[in-house]
Design a protein around this ligand. Structure first.
Ligand code: NAP
Length: 274
């Protein structure tokens, strides 16, 4: 498809975004469906990110994904938002801006793909982290489980997130071993484990034999946590599935088409394994 004056423009916006896999994923799907659209990465440095995001509508943008650190600003910028943290924006025909959070449904879809009977297996969830992604995952899992406990380096943030859920709870950072031992599903939702970043000695040895371990970090795809979980023959789920499924939901919100997640995984794996 040749880019021309009628081409609809979409973007991923954040700081940084140069590492983002979203352009590859969405442009792949745009090509699969012969849609006249283009998806680019826009780094944003702004003291007023909500205003900057709103201004994109005046440039004729059709939609955007928003990543760290602007997900709260994205929800604030919108005329209507389905959550207080948003990762997807859509400009409507009347100029209104709608915001959505597809991270939670993306995580649950990835979990269901890996463990179709997860609802029968998971009663107690432990989420490590209390940032935007942890909130989205916690809210999405909460209705289907007995409890969702959060452990976060900054405990006040965990307190605030747990209070958003009817069945939320909090453990102290020093209670990591107890948390790992009690959970049916452990979700690592901090930036720990990112290539080149700080790491932690995860107490995987204490996990129950039926425990499912998910890491939402996908660079590297096989984090230290997942390696340890696989070494114990636990079900281990990488962060790529969440990335693809949250993107698929965003694509559906923009184009009304459910894209092929298998094709996206093959394209992204080719890049991640390089
Ligand atoms: P965020 O809102 O900035 O939250 C960051 C979280 O990481 C906080 O809980 C923070 O704890 C914790 N953290 C950061 N450095 C830490 C350290 N050295 N030790 C302990 N905890 C630390 O970010 P986010 O949007 O939630 O994203 C979190 C991670 O998930 C990122 O790596 C992101 O790339 C990934 N992610 C993946 C997907 C996917 O589709 N797979 C989607 C969204 C996000 P404090 O509160 O103490 O600072």
């Amino acid at each position: 498809m040749t880019i021309n004056a009628a081409t609809r423009v979409f973007a991923v916006i954040g700081d940084p975004v140069s590492h983002s896999l979203s352009p590859l994923m969405h442009n792949g799907w745009i090509a699969d469906h012969g849609i006249d659209a283009a998806y680019v990465a826009l780094p944003l440095r702004s003291d007023d990110p909500a205003a900057a995001l709103r201004a994109l509508g005046q440039f004729g943008f059709s939609g955007a994904n928003v990543t760290t650190p602007y997900k709260e600003a994205a929800a604030r910028a919108a005329d209507a938002a389905d959550d207080v943290v948003a990762n997807t924006l859509r400009w409507e025909a009347n100029g209104a801006l709608a915001a959505f959070n597809t991270d939670g449904v993306g995580f649950v879809a990835a979990l269901a793909e890996a463990v179709p009977d997860w609802r029968a297996r998971v009663r107690r969830v432990l989420i490590v982290g209390a940032g935007g992604a942890a909130i989205a995952v916690g809210k999405a899992l909460s209705p289907d489980v007995d409890s969702v406990f959060f452990i976060n380096r900054t405990q006040t943030r965990a307190d605030a997130v747990a209070a958003m859920l009817g069945n939320g709870g909090v453990l102290g950072w020093q209670d990591m071993e107890r948390g790992f031992g009690a959970a049916d599903l452990i979700v690592q939702a901090t930036s720990l484990g990112l290539a080149g970043g700080p790491a932690l000695e995860w107490p995987v040895a204490l996990c129950q034999e039926h425990a499912i371990v998910a890491d939402i970090v996908y660079r590297p795809l096989e984090t230290d946590l997942l390696m340890k979980a696989r070494a114990r023959s636990l079900v281990a789920i990488d962060g790529l599935g969440m990335l693809i499924h949250q993107g698929a939901r965003a694509f559906e919100l923009w184009f009304g088409i459910r894209p092929n997640v298998g094709k996206a995984r093959a394209r992204l794996m080719a890049v991640l394994q390089r």
